[in-house]
Design a protein around this ligand. Structure first.
Ligand code: NAD
Length: 477
């Protein structure tokens, strides 16, 4: 059932010129399930040439027509959701229900950007002379290079791809080698919907080699990356060196502030869902739980009770609610974080270890009294680990929430409108959700500040990253 994955260049599915491949592992069984074509410089040159040609065709296609093709791609994704979800679960590990949601959400994202394509308005600027007309028009920036990670194999691609296509850009997607087949199905939906040859291209290989080559190539005008802060800083520097526009969606370490006046039952239930979704491998996952002292034990009990209901297992099985971690390196890194925190004095309230046997499974884990010098308190654990820490005053909670260089997502629970409004002013993050889990809709901004990157991949600003402004001043002849 799991397909081998080819490159998609200039409207054709193809093997790499040199014939090299990379194996793909099922994280639930550790078995090799397929292979992907491994692109090298010659393949990238073909993709770059195709993206140049594709750009010339696509920028001349009226937005209304682009929009129609995009909507067709969204429909195809909806029709194929069962097959695509099974592929995603097999390569990435998340439960089928989550893979279905991701695929259907991608279709919504495409629809949103298909509409945005028709709204790239410019301006008419009043002129100082009667016979002069001054226009500011929006033009597509050019061929885009996008680099996406494995945690949301489709979702991470669809935002970049759809914004680029809506704007009139062509794109080369370097999708994740760990989870290659689900993003290939997204590309297939676009191809089958009738996107002209060269507009969308898909490659895999050695990420650092591909990014270095594409970012420095004169054909590429815009970079978009999602992944760790360390890699993001490297790619942003490279983009700067070549004067390329860049969007950086990087790591996070989301604080959750639970005030004593909060609805603790709702908070525990909602946050346990958000924490352990996708085995915690989510850049906006709640991570540092800052809990007001008077409700500290009570909240932990409720959170542990909610987390105890999670069924860990192969995501293809009906009753599984949390799958394996996506790869061995993530599992080993999480083990190091947990061991380090326990050695430094943290208490295990739930879980704490990997499951015996095959597969990269780790228990949903809750640690309390986590000392500040535990590395998980400052580095992104990117796994099913919740860290519980008490606080006394509002000021103390805000200082801790803002302590890290990250600034992606933040969560808070309080019944006080005054506290909620103050948090909106004081928390240094690109996104804040209060009393519910409210992130990630196509129509709302999605992005970070500080070391979590720059640019937004949702909402009405998202398409701007793929557009330049051209000023045209014309005198009547
Ligand atoms: P990583 O940064 O090495 O890789 C993340 C993604 O970036 C991968 O898909 C990888 O192929 C790609 N990548 C790596 N180096 C690259 C390069 N030089 N050029 C282009 N692409 C490159 O991290 P990882 O080991 O896969 O995951 C570990 C950490 O990455 C996590 O702890 C987390 O901090 C971060 N991460 C963040 C997100 C997110 O949604 N923001 C997603 C995945 C991983």
């Amino acid at each position: 059932m799991y397909p081998d994955v080819q490159l998609f260049i200039n409207g054709e599915w193809c093997s790499a010129i040199a014939g090299k491949t990379i194996p793909v592992i099922n994280p639930a069984t550790e078995e090799t399930i397929g292979h992907i074509a491994h692109a090298e410089k010659d393949d990238l040159d073909l993709a770059l040439n195709a993206a140049e040609q594709g750009f010339n065709a696509w920028k001349a296609t009226p937005p209304f027509e682009r929009s129609k093709v995009m909507r067709k791609a969204a429909e195809l994704l909806r029709e194929r959701v069962d097959q695509i979800a099974a592929i995603m679960t097999t390569e990435q590990g998340k439960p089928l229900a989550q893979a279905r949601i991701e695929t259907l959400a991608a279709a919504d994202t495409i629809d949103w950007f298909a509409e945005e394509a028709r709204r790239t308005y410019g301006q008419v600027i009043p002129s100082r002379q009667a016979n002069v007309q001054q226009l500011a028009v929006k033009i597509p920036v050019g061929p885009v290079a996008a680099f996406t990670p494995w945690n949301f194999p489709i979702n991470q691609v669809v935002r970049k791809l759809s914004a680029a296509l809506a704007a009139g850009c062509s794109i080369i997607v370097k999708a994740p080698e760990d989870t290659p087949a689900a993003p290939a199905e997204l590309i297939r939906a676009y191809a089958d919907a009738g996107v002209p040859a060269g507009v969308v291209n898909l490659v895999y290989g050695v990420p650092a080699e591909i990014s270095e080559y594409l970012i420095s190539h004169p054909s590429i005008r815009k970079i978009s990356f999602t992944g760790s802060t360390a890699v993001g800083k490297h790619l942003a520097a490279l983009a700067g060196q070549h004067m390329k526009k860049a969007t950086m969606e990087l790591g996070g370490h989301a604080p959750v502030v639970i005030f004593e006046d909060a609805d603790l039952d709702a908070a525990a239930k909602q946050l346990a869902g958000a924490k352990f979704r996708n085995a915690g491998q989510v850049c906006i996952a709640p991570t540092r739980f800052l809990i007001q002292k008077s409700v500290y034990e009570k909240f932990i009990d409720k959170f542990v009770a909610a987390a105890s209901n999670i069924k860990v297992g192969n995501g293809l099985k009906e009753n599984t609610t949390m799958g394996p971690m996506a790869h061995q390196r993530g599992l080993e890194s999480l083990e190091r974080f947990v061991t380090d925190a326990i050695e430094k004095g943290a208490k295990v309230r739930l879980g704490g270890k990997r499951l015996e046997g095959k597969g990269f499974f780790f228990e949903p884990t809750v640690l309390s009294e986590v000392p500040m010098d535990a590395s998980a308190m400052s580095e992104e654990p990117f796994g099913p680990l919740a860290l519980m820490v008490p606080f006394s005053t509002y000021e103390e909670a805000v200082i801790e929430a803002n302590r890290l260089p990250y600034g992606l997502a933040a969560y808070a629970y309080t019944r006080s409108n005054t506290t909620a409004m103050a948090l909106g002013r004081d928390i240094e993050s690109g996104m804040l959700t209060i009393n519910h889990i409210g992130f990630g809709l196509p129509e709302t901004p999605f992005g970070g500040v500080k070391d979590s990157g720059y640019g937004t991949e949702g909402g009405s600003e998202a398409i701007d990253a793929y557009l330049d402004t051209r000023f045209i001043s014309q005198a009547g002849a």
